[in-house]
Structure formats: C-alpha cells, structure tokens
Design a protein around this ligand. Sequence first.
Ligand SMILES: *Cc1c(COP(=O)(O)O)cnc(C)c1O
Length: 387
Amino acid sequence: MEFIDLKTQQLKIESALNSNIQKVLNHGSYIMGPEVKQLEAKLEAYTGTKHAISCASGTDALLMALMAYGVKPGDAIFTTPFTFIATAEVISLLGATPVFVDIDPKTYNIDPAKLALAIKALKNNDPSIYPLPITSNQLPLTTRGIIPVDLFGLPADYDAVSSIAKEHGLFVIEDAAQSFGAKHKDKMACSFGDIGCTSFFPAKPLGCYGDGGMCFTNDDRLAEVMESIRVHGKGGHKYDNVRIGINGRLDTLQAAILLAKFDIFPDEFELRQAVACRYTAHLAPHSSLLTPHVPEGYMSAWAQYSLLSEDEAHRTELLKKLQDHKIPTAIYYPKPLHMQMAFEYLQYKTGDFPVSEDIAKRIFSLPMHPYLTETEQTSIANVLKDG
Ligand SMILES: *Cc1c(COP(=O)(O)O)cnc(C)c1O
C-alpha cells in the first residue's frame, strides 16, 4: 500500500504526459516556454483569480508574496506554529519576525480570536495579553500581515481573518500549499487572501515531478511586482533590473507535466472526497479516534486525512499496529514551529501555544490519494478498530 500513490495516476495519463514532455523537448524552450503561460491561464480560470504567477516552489511562492509587500526587518507577520517550516521560514529569511498564533482545536487552522489577541498584545507591547516573540533590538515591531495556512487541505476561516486584517490594515497571504482545489461556499482556495500561494511538490493535491509553485492575486500591481521578483527583479527587459529578486521560475517541463495532471484533477478531487467520506464512515463511530472536522460550507482538498488519538502513547500504539500491517503513516507535524531550534531565537516557551502542542502529540495521517480502494480502507479501519 502507498501513502500517496503517484504510479496509478501516472499510468492513467501516460500518453498525455509523454506527448506533453515530447513537445517541450521538440520546441526546446525549457525556460518560460509556452506551457508555463498555458498552465497559468488554466489555473487562473480554475481558482477564479485574475493573475497566476508560476514559480519554482511553494516556498518561493510565499517568499515572492512577502517580497511583493516589501517585508523587511522590523515587520511582524502573524502565522500558525502548526505548519510546515516553510510558512514561517520565509518571514525570517527576509529578516521579519514570525509572530505565532495558536490553532483552532477542531480545524487545526489559525484561531481568529487568538489572532486578535496577538495583534493587541503586539500593538501594546504586552505579552501578558498573548505570548510574543522577544526581539530586543527591533522594537517596536510593525504589524504588516497574516499568513493563514489551509492545513491538510481545509481552508482557514477567512471571513474572520479578513475582517481582523481589514480592521488593522494588514495583508493576508493564503498558504494554500495543501489546499489547491478546496472551496468555501463558491470561492476556491488560492483566492481567499490578497495573494494565494500553492505548491506543486509531488505529494500535494496537484503535484508535478519535481518542485513547483504558484502565486494567485486579483491585484494588478502585486502581480506585476511578483512577475518581476520571479526573474531577478527585471524591469522592461531581462537586463534591466529594477529591484532585488530571485531566480524563481517554474520549469517548462514541470508546467507540461502539470497540464497533463490538471486535466484529471477535477475528477481526482471528487475521488478524494469519496475516499475521505469512506474513512470517516468507518472511523467516526470509533470513540477513541477523532476524525477530521470540515465546517459547514467548506470542502477540503484532503492533502492529508489526519486522525486525532487520545494521547501520545495511544498514537504510538496505533502507529505500531499499522506498521505491523505494512500500512504507511505519517505525523504532520510532530514539533510545532515555536519549539524548533531554527526559531529558538524568538524565545517562545513550551506552553505558549497549548493547542498546537497538544495536537502535535496526538495527530497522525493515513494513506490518502484518489485511488485508494474501499478494500484497502476497510483493512486500515479494521486495524485501527482493533486498537
Ligand atoms: C509544502 C508546503 C510548503 C512549501 O512548499 P514547497 O513546494 O515544498 O516549497 C509551504 N507551506 C505548507 C503548509 C506546505 O505544506
């Protein structure tokens, strides 16, 4: 059994993949070839955004978004500690300060009530209101923006986050690395913030065969700046450089692969819904496990199907059982970011974000992909139910 089965998908689209790759080999425009523009146009239409700017990874997408806002040392960016390192890493990379905000215990996404408290604490420079990073040399920090993460494929609560952002004049960058295809009412993931950033890392809902990513925005100016940043801060032409940028382009070959994969993405999205429903039907009645909560009006992209065990010992026991039956599992994420050595310099303490710390000890993910069969799922559920 595979945790994510990319082989079955590959066989399904083999001829489209081969012909798309061959086309690139024939025309030879390996950098910014026609497939890149085609992909951007398709994903603009799909996400309902005006501009799609492809790039080299999800991390670069987040970096380009922050750079487009001119984020710099002394700036504070609010985000969650229960995410992949890249979300906060890009903030630090620009010399700005990640200000962590705990998650909602049901959705695992940023908790808007705590976000409001964190903003208030920062503005009043009062950590008794909410835990703050210690950044002795840069005080006071300037509140600039928020990066909510659509964890495991479920969009964050953007109605609440956006109204807080508006009140305080902050930008919102949606980390949609795991949520491409997800929805809230009639809006698509990647369109919830001022800029949406996704990843095409192979294991993501829409993945390529290497690294890739994309920024989405309705703002003409931000789009223009991100296009410039993507190619070394180019101005009117390649050797006219108007700002500091990066080499952040998406390879034409990866765009060609994504075009083949995107053709079956809407079908795969539906299959993922069915797989998730079957898991929940099997496991929800099992009282010692908590199945994922999808609030009314939301559709998850199901990047992961994650269960909550009773405690750390219970999780260890379940993972061992699954392993004994050769069922692959994963833990996203065993250590919240404020407890990572990389962020030690922020001087957060254990206990600062109790929900993230608790969930990190209890969460684990089951195999999840569109081609998981009912038989496989039943056998997984039986192993878990025996526990
Ligand atoms: C995967 C991921 C990223 C980074 O994407 P890459 O393409 O691997 O650089 C950022 N944020 C989250 C939440 C992710 O899951």
